[in-house]
Ligand binder design. Structure first.
Ligand code: GLU
Length: 284
């Protein structure tokens, strides 16, 4: 997975609509700058459109001052986006409607994270332990009786895959068609009590509603694309092309993180860095 070059522009979808979709859970760092500039530069060079989306469905971790910080940092970097900015917290009804469409393929799951971690049979999936399926077996009467307890909504992966045309594929820029493997993720969570729609559900719906034709994002989300491709098929949504780019790392190779003392863009700015310095620092 390499960074975009001018030559790669020939293979891009037309019209080109890219986006940067940060979660306002902290101040932006160099990794965000690279992701945002990559999407913005591609759209600029191809005469396409660049969009900004604020992924703030997690009411506990997201903060309005971080959203303001995102807008300030991007503007300082010289990035401009087509309005309106889509703020996910303003569209919960749309996500609830998508979830309702998937309802026949879902079930309530009452297991705690501890229950799942302790289930001896639970193998690992790409994003943590695979759900062992305990609550999939519950009868309708058992489910009804427990609906007062805390629960999450899970997708029954086997039934979901049986209702779409398989195998599913997605188009990765520079690599071509990739075979999607949603089954590796098991029965994924589609909604929780405090976050009534999952990241996966909101992302596929928004990318389709906003007409995004090329999703550029870090290679850490490559595996998630398989799940998102399945949701697109289940909801009959158009699948964009993808470009999972390199991550900006600390010299030691670890990922950048505020808790490890990595500087935020605003700190670098206050210390006198220019937008051109930031571009140099991330290799653009
Ligand atoms: N909101 C996600 C994040 O900040 C990115 C989602 C995406 O690009 O698909 O990691």
């Amino acid at each position: 997975m390499t960074s975009p070059t001018l030559d790669d522009l020939r293979a891009l979808p037309v019209p080109l609509v890219t986006r940067f979709a940060p979660s306002p859970t902290g101040w932006l760092h160099l990794g965000h700058a690279f992701a945002a500039l990559t999407a913005f530069d591609l759209a600029q060079r191809a005469g396409g459109q660049f969009l900004l989306r604020i992924e703030d469905i997690d009411r506990i971790r997201c903060r309005p001052d971080f959203t303001t910080g995102i807008v300030e940092d991007l503007t300082w970097l010289g990035i401009a986006w087509a309005e309106p900015v889509r703020q996910q917290s303003q569209h919960m009804a749309a996500y609830a409607a998508a979830l309702a469409r998937l309802q026949p393929l879902t079930y309530p799951c009452f297991c705690s994270r501890k229950d799942i971690a302790e289930a001896a049979a639970a193998p690992q999936g790409p994003q943590g332990p695979l759900y062992p399926g305990t609550c999939r077996q519950l009868s309708t009467t058992e489910r009804q009786a427990r609906l007062g307890e805390p629960y999450v909504i899970r997708l029954d992966m086997t039934r979901a895959l049986a209702s779409v045309e398989v195998p599913l594929r997605f188009y990765e820029q520079g690599q071509g068609e990739i075979l999607a493997d949603p089954a590796a993720h098991g029965d994924i969570v589609l909604a929780r009590k405090d976050t009534p729609a999952s990241y996966h559900l909101c992302v596929v719906l928004d990318d389709a509603l906003q007409g995004v034709s090329l999703v550029t994002r870090g290679e850490d989300l490559f595996a998630a694309t398989s799940v998102q491709r399945l949701l697109q098929a289940l909801l009959s949504l158009h699948a964009p092309h993808y470009w999972h780019h390199r991550l900006i790392r600390h010299e030691s190779g670890r990922r950048l993180a505020k808790r490890d003392g990595d500087k935020t863009l605003r700190e670098l700015r206050i210390e006198g860095a220019s937008p051109a310095d930031i571009r140099r620092m991330v290799g653009l």
